[in-house]
Design a protein around this ligand. Sequence first.
Ligand code: ATP
Length: 251
Amino acid sequence: MKVLVETHNLHKRFGGIHAVRGINLSVRQGEVLGFLGPNGAGKTTTMRMITGFLAPTDGTIRVDGVHVGLDPFQAKSRIGYLPEGAPCYPDMRVEEFLAFIGRARGFRGSDLQSRVERSIEAVHLQQVRKQTFETLSKGYRRRTGIAQSLLHDPPILILDEPTDGLDPNQKFEVRSLIRSLGRERAIILSTHLLEEVEAVCSRAVLINRGHIVFDGTPQAMDALAPASVKANRLDHVFRNLTTTEPAGTTK
Ligand code: ATP
């Protein structure tokens, strides 16, 4: 399958903080990549650089073959992005918000309308489409955020903690949705949950202090936590990995 996201030696510094230190990643169509790491590891910063919202200090990013730094408009047209917390205008109705985002993406008339309808159907928002964002449950807010990321039918989705704060039923639904979206796309999602990676992802990448420390299958990652460990298994995985040198390599 085609490589849709490629980063080469990606770095980001914020003043004295070296948040991302040489990330090399290559993600193919059909892959759902779970990005894991402790707080402050550099997940959001990496995702924001891939989406073109943050410029790298060093390194290059290509999405669907387009250089993000040199042609950000074309690059952004290939990416759907769900930022952390799924921000939205509180007094906009769901369908108004989606139409607003669609217009910002350059769609008009019947094309715009059919895109809004398709994205409402794709994430099952029919019953809340007339509700304002501030009256939605967290699950429906996240789904609205995912719906806006799908409006332009992008081959790449970047989802920052898509199930954060959802109840178990909502998590289950959003995960099923991500799995089905991932069949035709390349998806990168960040999470703090090992179970989420096992449920949704075909590949796991662990990042610590801006370095990749593991890149492999969820099953291989799982083997790093002894079966006897029931609670805080991700902490065990990290403890095992961070006592060794960073991998910092691609698959
Ligand atoms: P979390 O799991 O808590 O969301 P993360 O892995 O997404 O963490 P980042 O948000 O990428 O981590 O942060 C990486 C480091 O970069 C942190 O030390 C953070 O404080 C710093 N950082 C991120 N954004 C900025 C910014 N705009 N200005 C200064 N420092 C920043």
